[in-house]
Design a protein around this ligand. Structure first.
Ligand SMILES: Nc1nc2c(c(=O)[nH]1)N[C@H]1C(S)=C(S)[C@@H](COP(=O)(O)OP(=O)(O)OC[C@H]3O[C@@H](n4cnc5c(=O)[nH]c(N)nc54)[C@H](O)[C@@H]3O)O[C@H]1N2
Ligand SMILES: Nc1nc2c(c(=O)[nH]1)N[C@H]1C(S)=C(S)[C@@H](COP(=O)(O)OP(=O)(O)OC[C@H]3O[C@@H](n4cnc5c(=O)[nH]c(N)nc54)[C@H](O)[C@@H]3O)O[C@H]1N2
Ligand code: SF4
Ligand SMILES: [Mo]
Length: 723
């Protein structure tokens, strides 16, 4: 019998509402849910064609053990017993910090897994955590911690009320946006213009999103000079809300002196944005009744991501555009996630590395993982929902080599991806269609959304019999290690019993539903069942009025003041920014490499879908000016060489590209992916061979990898043009 079920797509942070027709536990059709309270009938092709991934014949549906070069299906009992014995041996010999984890983007949007993963690792005494957080956003969490007192006090632009919005280094129409919830982004930016406002995109590529609004090219990795000069212009105009600043903030003078050397003229030398244009933007920003700022992954991945975000937040704060409608707001979720994160021992203390690199929000730099393994510090690793050998800097395949040397590598995934190929065990995980859920922490708990709402969904499909949810895996392991979950023996016993009984005829307790119900009820809402019954398309909550953060105990710094000049940022700014500026001046004639997200690809994880990925390779996108200089045209091959490595790839010429910039879509390079046969036939090239790893390559304040704005040389290749 055909049934129509409601859920939300968990592939990106838009979490679009979906209607799914299901018959005999198979998807027949997926449509956008017209009545979803926020996405209101929008979903992209990755969501509506998810059946091609869900029902892929290549899915891993039982635990796999690698024996030489063969993969053998084994039982869960055998898998967990063998894995537990190996972890215990590592811990006994080298201590708990020799056993860590690496979590990818989908692991962060899974509501249950982080809770139980965190409890398991805390219980065995390891906070050796890595993840792709240091490839996308850890700079922001670092700034939140230093300015507002908790990594999770995360501001977002009030897109639906603003009259001026400037966005650096994001492309939400394609990405579905990041760190704040913005489905239907195009309509919402069009709304700003319809109200008589302005939308300004600052990006080395004239991206799809920039079709709504104005666009300015910026040379990659120079945003810090643009933002410093922007801030300096505000001081020059004395356009500062002095009453607000003196009452709720501190260290204004440190900020003023840091940015003082950065004039509009000086930044123009490297950014490509003229002094006059910058001044005009400052005027417009200050004149607007509610002006919002946003920066995202393209800026985060440069060499000054932390400093950029600090400057951006300061601009907003000192001009009175912070904590007001139409500006940048701090949301409220159903629990105070930021307060919990501040006091969480794992997140707070992180891991004290022997080098001086931080672990932000508990995460150590992904670009240091190869070193940490090769130095003998990491002997065992769980990789959950990730494909680090394509996602993380991997010059000369060094990370691949390092992962291959681990004593124990366990991948928890839907598929055997390139990293899975190196694993000793692969544990098959449920998809988001196969588990109950709620949109993830930053929305539900931290309220990072201009349209606050609550949503819960039951599973849409039954998983294959030997597929499990991650919370179950960690709870079973916690049971085997005698770890007490949640610091409470009664609750711990309950979860462990539920995990033991799950997947048996007695398994009628759904731990995710119990937890989601608890969280909802705590915030005065109906429980899980009640949500599904009363609010199947979500429950829209009141808009954030602003004025509920500055000067209140929600500022979690010791003195409850926002810090405009955290000492580490001031000294890093003073020490590094001049040096990097000279480096920019010396390399103005050189090409810089950036990434490019594509609507049908979700990092590497949709690469095996024949319905989504038809192109046989990725390309290097360059401007007509550079094509002429190189003497190449569409599909000619070029060699791209960085300080780390080199690749050969066909070009596409596009006037969307800023001259001097080459964009290569990342997370390709599937030639070894025999667990993903469609991807293997369409391998493309891994651009992260060109990114540097190791201590010198990471941004020191946040441990972020340097993945955008990499200096490269490009030449025409001898290889014949592709057909
Ligand atoms: N279709 C699709 N959607 C995705 C993903 C995907 O792979 N495919 N990945 C998901 C993930 S993991 C994330 S983190 C989010 C990211 O979501 P976004 O932050 O929107 O990331 P991108 O689309 O990569 O946009 C980054 C932009 O920065 C620009 N850029 C590069 N370098 C610089 C620079 O130095 N300065 C400035 N000003 N701009 C620069 C690039 O041209 C690019 O347009 O997207 C998520 N959504
Ligand atoms: N040059 C360059 N490099 C980049 C980027 C860039 O912009 N430029 N972007 C970076 C960013 S922002 C990110 S986040 C990384 C992305 O890198 P990753 O986070 O590693 O993402 P994927 O490559 O998509 O791998 C995700 C894996 O998780 C599996 N999976 C999906 N959902 C689930 C689930 O619910 N449970 C489990 N257990 N498995 C699941 C998929 O099958 C897939 O194998 O790449 C980074 N690398
Ligand atoms: S934008 Fe696409 S991938 Fe993102 S949640 Fe919506 S349907 Fe899924
Ligand atoms: Mo990401």
């Amino acid at each position: 019998m055909m049934e129509t079920k409601l859920t939300f797509c968990s592939l990106c942070e838009s979490f679009c509402g979906l209607e799914v027709d299901v018959e005999d536990n198979r998807i027949r059709d997926i449509r956008p849910d017209e009545q979803h309270v926020v996405s209101t009938g929008y979903a992209c092709v990755k969501g509506t064609k998810f059946d091609s991934i869900q029902h892929s014949p290549d899915r891993v549906t039982a635990p796999l053990k690698r024996i030489d070069d063969r993969w053998q299906e084994i039982t869960w009992d055998q898998a967990l017993e063998e894995i537990a014995a190996k972890i215990k041996a590592i811990i006994k010999r080298d201590g708990p910090q020799a056993f860590g984890n690496f979590v990818g983007a989908p692991g962060g949007s899974n509501l249950m897994s982080p809770i139980f993963r965190g409890e398991f690792y805390k219980g065995i005494g390891s906070n050796r955590m890595y993840g792709t957080g240091t490839c996308d956003t850890m700079n922001k969490f670092r700034v939140n911690g230093d300015m507002y007192g908790s990594p999770m006090r995360l501001a977002y632009p009030d897109v639906d009320h603003t009259n001026f919005m400037m966005i650096l280094g994001a492309n939400p129409n394609i990405s579905g946006n990041t760190l704040y919830h913005l489905p239907r982004s195009r309509d919402r930016f069009a709304g700003i213009i319809a109200r008589g406002g302005r939308v300004v995109w600052i990006n080395p590529r004239r991206v799809e999103s920039a079709r709504t609004g104005e666009h300015l090219f910026i040379r990659p990795d120079t945003d810090v000079y643009f933002l410093a000069a922007f801030c300096n212009e505000i001081f020059h105009r004395d356009a500062i809300d002095h009453e607000l600043v003196s009452r709720t903030m501190k260290n204004l003078e440190s900020l003023r002196s840091a940015v003082a050397p950065w004039t509009a003229e000086r930044q123009a030398q490297v950014t490509g944005i003229s002094a006059a244009t910058l001044r005009e933007l400052v005027d417009a920003y200050l004149a607007a009744d509610g002006a919002a700022l946003n920066m995202a992954t393209g800026v985060n991945q440069g060499r000054s991501g932390t400093l950029c975000y600090w400057l951006l937040e300061c601009i907003s704060a000192i001009t009175g555009n912070f904590d007001r409608q139409g500006g940048n707001l701090i949301g409220e979720g159903i629990i105070d996630f930021a307060l919990q994160a501040k006091d969480d021992p794992v997140l707070k203390l992180g891991f004290h590395r022997s080098d001086d690199l931080p672990s932000v929000s508990g995460q150590q730099p992904a670009a240091l993982l190869a070193d940490d393994i090769l130095n003998g510090e990491v002997k065992g690793l769980f990789v959950e929902a990730s494909n680090p050998i394509l996602a993380v800097p991997n010059p000369g395949n060094r990370l691949e080599q390092a992962l291959g040397e681990l004593e124990l590598l366990v991948c928890i995934d839907w598929f055997r991806n390139e990293t899975g190929n190196l694993a000793h065990y692969i544990l098959p995980a449920a998809t988001w269609m196969e588990r109950p859920g709620m949109p993830y922490a930053l929305q539900s708990f931290a309220g990072c959304t201009p349209t606050p709402y609550l949503y819960a969904a039951d599973k849409v499909l039954e998983p294959p019999p030997d597929v499990r949810e991650e919370w179950w895996m960690y709870t079973r392991l916690a049971d085997m290690f005698g770890v007490t979950l949640m610091g409470n023996r009664f609750i711990s016993g309950f979860f462990k019993l539920a995990a033991r009984l799950a997947h048996t005829p007695l398994g009628f307790i759904s731990v995710p539903k119990v937890l989601i119900s608890g969280m909802l009820k705590q915030s005065g809402q109906p429980d899980f069942k009640g949500m599904l019954k009363n609010h199947p398309h979500g429950l829209r909550l009141p808009d954030n009025p602003g004025g509920n953060f500055l000067g209140t105990p929600r500022v979690l710094t010791d003195d409850a003041l926002v810090d405009l000049g955290p000492p580490d940022f001031i000294s890093a700014f003073d020490e590094r920014v001049e040096t990097l500026f000279n480096d920019e001046l010396n390399n103005l004639g050189k090409m810089k490499l950036i990434g490019k997200r594509e609507i049908k690809r979700m990092n590497s994880s949709s690469a095996n879908s024949p319905r989504l990925v038809k192109e046989t390779t990725n390309y290097a996108y360059i401007s007509p000016v550079d094509a002429e200089k190189l003497g190449v045209t569409d599909l000619d091959y070029v060699d791209i060489t960085s300080a780390a490595d080199s690749i050969t790839i066909p070009v596409k010429v596009s006037d969307e590209m800023m001259p001097g910039v080459v964009a290569v879509p990342q997370c390709w390079g599937h030639e070894k992916a025999d667990g993903l046969p469609h991807a293997q036939q369409h391998p493309g090239v891994n651009s992260n061979l060109l990114a540097g790893d190791g201590y010198d390559s990471v941004e020191k304040l946040s441990g972020m990898a340097h993945l955008s704005g990499i200096l490269v040389d490009m030449t025409r290749s001898d290889r014949l043009a592709s057909a």
